[in-house]
Structures are given as C-alpha cells and as structure tokens.
Design a protein around this ligand. Structure first.
Ligand code: 5GP
Length: 198
C-alpha cells in the first residue's frame, strides 16, 4: 500500500463522532471520508451515497460474498461495512482517508492494517453521554436504552486505540485530532523518501 494515512475514529454512541468528523473534513480538504454501506433505514436529513450507501440485506450479503468490504459489522440491529476499493485506492495514491466506524470494525481494520491511526473519542462524562443520546431524539426509548448500555461497555476498548480525545468542546477536540494527524505524517517511518526531499 502507498503512504496515505488511514485514520480510524470510533467512540461510544452519542459521543459526537459524527460532528467531530464532519468538522474535521470540512476544515481539511486533504482528508476524504469513506462512505459506508448500511442496511439501516435513512434518518431524516440523511442522503444516499453521501451519509451512507443505503442498501438492502441482499445487496449487503452480495458485497460480503464478493469480498468487497474492508470490514463489516452488525451494530444495533443493522449491518454496516466499509467498501474496500475506495479506501485502498486513496491510500495507494498517498491520500488520507477517514473511517468513522464502530469498535468491532476498527479492531478488524487494526488487524489487517496496523499502520492506521486509531483514535477513540471519549465523552466528557457518562452523564453527559446519556443526555446526548436522549437529546438526539431520533429513536425509540428501547433503542436509546440499548445504545447507552452498549456505550457503557464500549468505553473500555479505549485501551486498544492509539489516541483518546475527549469531546468536551468540539473545536478543541478537532484541533487535537488535526495535531495527531500532523504528527503522524511527520513520523520518520512514514517518510521513506525523506532524504530525497532535501
Ligand atoms: P449510525 O446508525 O448512528 O449512523 O451508526 C451506528 C454505528 O455504526 C456507529 O458507531 C458508526 O460509527 C458505526 N458504523 C458506521 N459505518 C460503519 C462501517 O462501515 N463499519 C462499522 N464497523 N461500523 C460502522
């Protein structure tokens, strides 16, 4: 593979990963987002092929069969997967790609591609996390309870990641992620042609 960065961001449900990633992408045109495929229904405001590729179960299974996913996982009752081709093509061309995926998926990616940069977004507190899940208001009470329970267990996986960033204040969290990415790009082992540059 080439030397684009594969940046993987996860964190518990409701932590604000989506908002953090959106801001990161809008402020950094060198990073592009990998759009996942999912079998879940689109929420209000979500756009097919931009938010996700909204596909049905049969289409998803066909893609699994054809080995078209870098990773896929069953999350909160639905399938989600990262289409392989987009990510690998970008990285091969030296471009950075952002994956916003769940923990199971991130750990699978880490196995296949340990060179990735794995960042875990932490909530300011569990209380605040619960508030954020409830306030999102897009789901049933049962779905909210399930998400919170999962979130609670997920926090422990932070130790499998390279970096932990608290999302108390979005601007600060995004700045920290930008600093991480900048530092990763400066790593000597990512710059094999460093001598040729001078
Ligand atoms: P939501 O339904 O709220 O958009 O996402 C639910 C969870 O699925 C989030 O934790 C999100 O990061 C995760 N997710 C989204 N796309 C993918 C993917 O391609 N692979 C995996 N493993 N998880 C994903």
């Amino acid at each position: 593979m080439g030397n684009g960065l594969l940046v993987v961001i996860s964190g518990p449900s409701g932590v604000g990963k989506g908002t953090v990633c959106k801001r990161l992408l809008s402020d950094n045109d060198k990073i592009s987002l990998s759009v996942s495929a999912t079998t879940r229904e689109a929420r209000t405001g979500e756009i097919d092929k931009i938010s996700y590729y909204f596909i049905d179960r049969k289409e998803f299974e066909d893609m699994v069969e054809k080995d078209e996913f870098l990773e896929y996982a069953y999350v909160h009752g639905n399938y989600y997967g990262t289409p392989k081709k987009y990510v690998l093509d970008k990285i091969d061309k030296g471009q950075d790609v952002l994956l916003e995926i769940d923990i199971q998926g991130a750990l699978k990616v880490k196995e296949i591609y340990p060179d990735g940069v794995f960042i875990f977004i932490m909530p300011p507190s569990m209380e605040e996390l619960k508030k954020r899940i409830v306030n999102r208001g897009t789901e049933t009470e049962e779905a909210i309870a399930r998400r919170f329970e999962t979130a609670y267990k997920e926090i422990e996986y932070v130790f499998k990641y390279d970096y932990a960033v608290f999302n108390d204040e979005i601007g600060v969290a995004v700045k920290k992620i930008e600093s991480i990415i900048e530092a990763e790009r400066c790593k000597v082992n990512r710059q094999t042609d460093i001598i040729k540059k001078i």
